[in-house]
Design a protein around this ligand. Sequence first.
Ligand code: SAM
Length: 250
Amino acid sequence: MIIRILTLFPEMFEGPMGSSIVQRGKDKGLLDIACINIRDYADNKHKKVDDYPYGGGAGMVMTPQPIFDCHEAVTKAFGEGKRPRTIYMTPKGRHFNQAMAGELSQEQELIFLCGHYEGIDQRVIDNLVTDELSIGDYVLTGGELAAMVVIDAVARLIPGVLSQSESYEEESIQSGLLEYPHYTRPSSFRDMDIPEVLISGNHKNIDLWRRKMALRLTLERRPDLLENFPLTKQDKKLLEAIKDEAQKKD
Ligand code: SAM
């Protein structure tokens, strides 16, 4: 996958896009990520990229010219006839989720556009942007952190980026449930012991315990997820047991 990030602050990406899973994707040749500085495309003497909003009001708006020229140059470099998805990060966008991460991980090329100040001129959105995505109901200073969140979530789903032992299938949300709790060595730490079943060697019981914990967490924290989850007969039994246990506690 080729990802190009159109931003006024390319230096913000150096750490997150140069370590961990994203770097592994790059090392394996599965991911090619580069930042393009929108300011380099400003055609005025002072490389100005923002201006006052028409109609008045607070703040500045990113001007269309540098973004159009930058987008054109990036698209051209992808090759003749390519029209890569162009994602504008904005609190006005659709809420990003795991299903969208999966969908975006199938693309060959992606362009991310990061806004700053009050945002970008609407003509950019109307003509160049294919998707408007928000990472949540809060306002960030710029789209850079939001783009990093989306890119990280997408990169780990590209086939081959995660090793087989790091399968994402059972992870929270991806599986449709919240994941069960994890424990590692030592089995006893400061008088806190791990659940016995995990060292029983009985994998059937371990799987059952994990399923029950996943169902319990989901019921407690995200009951909405259970509404559309295809519960098995055994899940239903486990949920009844969980509810009984909770009632007895109260
Ligand atoms: N005036 C804009 C509004 O009310 O919708 C907010 C502008 S915000 C200060 C600056 C930039 O940060 C936006 O253009 C967008 O690129 C990015 N941004 C802020 N919050 C975001 C969020 N929740 N998700 C994605 N991008 C966000």
